[in-house]
Design a protein around this ligand. Structure first.
Ligand SMILES: NC(=O)C1=CN([C@@H]2O[C@H](COP(=O)(O)OP(=O)(O)OC[C@H]3O[C@@H](n4cnc5c(N)ncnc54)[C@H](O)[C@@H]3O)[C@@H](O)[C@H]2O)C=CC1
Ligand SMILES: CC(C)CC(=O)C(=O)O
Length: 362
């Protein structure tokens, strides 16, 4: 008897629906005739729904989404120039609200330079690292405000929240991951020379947790220096653990060095399993190319590989990754090149269907 997985799909805005359609196509190809059935419920949330109804993510939306085993999200947020959508109302009210409510304290963002990928680095070396970004704290929590708003004496502040509990659990997750990977290396990225209160908490936590993982070598980089090393010598990284904002910035850079933002996948994980985890490409809704079939759906497709892996469907996950690797290796143009979003999705789905078992098992 096959297992049924309840999947909530949130295509969202801009290129979100275009890339989610391809990701679902590949997910179905990867599990077709296998031991698992995906029962997909689509939630039409985002800018269009907000404009039509005023709702972003209601309590009943959240309750319904929470009953699923996992979530696949495209991208949210409309055109930043749209006055109705100013202040990231959709991003904060939908995406961040989901991450916080579902306690996605690990934002997992793997970075790999696949063979044949058009990296802007002349010699990227063996780039294969994972950023473990804290997902529920930092300056993203909306703790701040402004005084004398709109006057020459305006004061605006945004408080970065870092709790001992929140830092310890993500740091421990990162050590656990580093201990399982071949390089056994963890780099804390922060700005301890200036952000002394939060930086000290992160550093002391890493030092304390390191005692439980004697096989893991620990390194430290200031975030500004980390951007140099990500470009100049990315193969030095294995697992990076960092806060919400630094992780957001570093992973767009990581996407750029590893073939483009159209390849960068991510998972918002609740490791305890109390809530469904949510998988999404790193990129946003890309209003500049939306509706034109120009988006590369590979990041969303690779996000389904993370989703399958998270659900313990390892063979299907390996099949998706292998098909993507083969597709990338066969690309003769850049990722933004000649094929449409649907053509890339179709090609990867065909490859997935032709792989009967992962190469490792053959
Ligand atoms: N996770 C999410 O839902 C995110 C949402 N956003 C929202 O998305 C909107 C646009 O934000 P931006 O800062 O412009 O970031 P963005 O990631 O949407 O776009 C940055 C650049 O990358 C390109 N790009 C993005 N995804 C691509 C893909 N799959 N294939 C080819 N090119 C791709 C875009 O065309 C654009 O030139 C805003 O409303 C923003 O708040 C931004 C980041 C993440
Ligand atoms: C727009 C933000 C809420 C999304 C983003 O860039 C992120 O945190 O991944």
């Amino acid at each position: 008897m096959s297992r049924t997985v309840k999947l909530a799909a949130i295509p969202g805005d801009g290129i979100g629906p275009e890339v989610v359609a391809e990701a679902l196509k590949v997910l179905r190809a990867a599990t077709d005739g296998g031991e698992v059935d995906f029962d997909v419920t689509e939630f039409s949330l985002g800018a269009a729904r907000f404009k039509a109804t005023g709702d972003i993510l209601t309590d009943s939306d959240l309750a319904a989404i929470s009953t699923h085993d996992a979530i696949l999200l495209g991208a949210v947020g409309g055109d930043p120039r749209d006055p109705e959508l100013r202040g990231g109302i959709i991003e904060r009210g939908l995406l961040l609200k989901l991450r916080f409510a579902l306690d996605h304290y690990v934002n997992l963002r793997p970075t790999k330079v696949y063979p044949g990928v058009p990296s802007p680095l002349s010699d990227p070396g063996a780039v294969d690292f994972v950023v473990v970004r804290e997902g529920t704290e930092g300056p993203y929590v909306g703790n701040g405000g402004s005084l004398r708003t709109g006057t020459p004496h305006e004061i605006a502040n945004e408080v970065s929240v870092n709790t001992a509990y929140g830092v310890e659990r993500v740091v421990r997750y990162a050590f656990e991951l580093a201990a399982k990977r071949p390089a056994h290396k963890l780099t804390l990225v922060h700005k301890t020379n200036v952000l002394v209160f939060s930086g000290s908490l992160w550093q002391r936590t890493v030092d304390a947790v390191a005692v439980d993982y004697p096989t893991v070598a620990v390194d430290y980089q200031h975030v500004d220096a980390a951007t140099i090393h990500l470009v100049a010598n990315p193969s030095r990284f294995d697992v990076i653990v960092t806060d919400n904002l630094f992780g957001d910035i570093l992973t767009d850079l990581a996407g750029a060095i590893s073939g483009g933002i159209g390849l960068a996948a991510s998972g918002n994980i609740n490791p305890d399993g109390a809530f469904p985890s949510m998988f999404e490409p790193v990129h946003g809704s890309a209003p500049d190319i939306a509706g034109q079939q120009k988006a590369d759906p590979t990041a969303a497709i690779l996000s389904t590989a993370l989703l399958l892996d998270h659900l313990g469907l390892l063979e299907a996950a390996a099949r998706v990754t292998e098909a993507v690797e083969a597709d990338i290796a066969a690309r003769t143009t850049t990722v933004d090149g000649a094929r449409s979003t649907t053509e890339i999705g179709d090609a990867i789905a065909r490859r997935v269907s032709s792989i009967l078992t992962p190469s490792s098992a053959r």
